[in-house]
Design a protein around this ligand. Structure first.
Ligand code: F6P
Length: 354
């Protein structure tokens, strides 16, 4: 017999730093302030399908008062970012019913939130979303859980790679995540002192890249270069090569390296580093912890006050609710080629494409 209102929480899609911090905030606020019971749903909709829950409380672990959830990466609930979720919709709805949940908080990116929204309307769930993604492609929010830590991870890699590139007069290509949106590459590239940033939203030319590299060298600015490549960039219009396998997200750093070797007018030493899932790991930054905590608190308040089908969103330094339908209609959020940040990069002499 249930004695308290029961709130479910799940994490869905690719993991990122800050998910556990958000779970912690939800559990703390819901249990201590509102006296709700909170249960974790393992592996997103798989947990609903299988009718599984994990009890979550603020005093579940005896770690001498230390709370690891604040600062460990990944998600203690597990996650899925593929699956036949919508094909098994009726089983998921039945699973949700059986768990006797009064409401659900889902932490996810645009793909997961679209699936959860579909389930919410079919099952008439009380559902509130918290946006997370290292790609920063969820619309209608200025900040999301996970992006800041990933940017810091890339900037740290760029710092390290700059020294070794400089020591050997090399062109260092750093491939970062971002299948459709180039926010990670653009922001980390600017903050990490890149010479060239290639993102999916802006076309570029191999010829112009080679000219830019030659100019850096001929004008004696520097004899090495750092190129940040988002994994989802398209093949250049003036390309003579194809990537080693099918697009999207297939060795685009290596492809740019091969093209540079081909078109350079002087002997050039190029190396490629693919950062891969390193970008998804790590201890959440202070900023991600703050966002996750504020989002978790706000999501619980929306649940307790009876709202549904909303996403918590960061706008002008505050957390406000926005309609999940509106968010999904406007996602994915891409880099605006005319944005202030693109202009800033260009004004610093960074080649960002045409
Ligand atoms: O959507 C987030 C993301 O990190 C993308 O940038 C990346 O292409 C993808 O996840 C990788 O997903 P997986 O974990 O399935 O390899």
């Amino acid at each position: 017999m249930k004695t308290k209102k029961r709130l479910g929480i799940l994490t869905s899609g690719g993991d990122c730093p800050g998910l556990n911090t958000a779970i912690r905030a939800v559990v703390s606020h819901a249990t201590l302030t509102h006296d709700w019971e909170v249960v974790g749903i393992p592996y997103a909709t798989t947990g609903l399908l299988e009718g599984k829950t994990v009890p979550l409380s603020m005093h579940g672990l005896d770690l001498h008062g230390i709370d690891p959830l604040l600062c460990i990466g990944g998600t203690i609930l597990g996650s899925i970012n593929k699956g036949d979720t919508l094909a098994r919709i009726n089983e998921i709805l039945a699973g949700y019913q059986a768990l006797e949940l009064d409401a659900l908080i889902g932490i996810g990116g645009d793909g997961s939130l679209a699936i959860l929204k579909e389930l919410q309307s079919k099952g008439d769930w009380q559902f509130i979303a918290i946006p997370k993604t290292i790609d920063h492609d969820v619309a209608l929010t200025e900040r999301v859980v996970g992006f800041d830590t990933a940017v810091n991870t890339i900037v740290d890699a760029l710092n390290r790679l700059t020294f070794t590139a400089a020591s050997h007069d090399r062109v260092m290509i750093v491939e970062v995540m971002g299948r459709t949106a180039g926010h990670l590459a653009l922001q980390a590239g600017i903050a990490g002192g890149a010479d060239i940033i290639l993102i999916p939203e802006i076309p570029y030319s191999i010829q112009e890249i080679c000219q830019h590299l030659a100019e850096l060298r001929d004008r004696n600015w520097r004899r090495f270069a750092i190129i940040v490549v988002a994994e989802g960039i398209r093949i250049a219009e003036d390309s003579t090569l194809q990537p080693a396998c099918e697009q999207p997200t297939c060795g685009m750093g290596q492809y740019i390296a091969d093209e540079i070797r081909r078109c350079s007018t002087y002997p050039i030493d190029v190396r490629v580093s693919v950062l891969g899932h390193i970008q998804r790991g790590g201890i959440p930054s202070a900023s991600d912890r703050l966002i996750a905590t504020a989002f978790g608190k706000a999501a619980v308040d929306l649940v307790v006050s009876g709202h549904t089908s909303l996403m918590v969103s960061w706008q002008n330094g505050r957390v406000v609710p926005v309609s999940l339908d509106l968010v999904l209609a406007k996602s994915p959020l891409l880099v605006d080629p005319n944005s202030f940040l693109v202009e800033t990069a260009r004004c610093l002499g960074i080649y960002v494409g045409k």
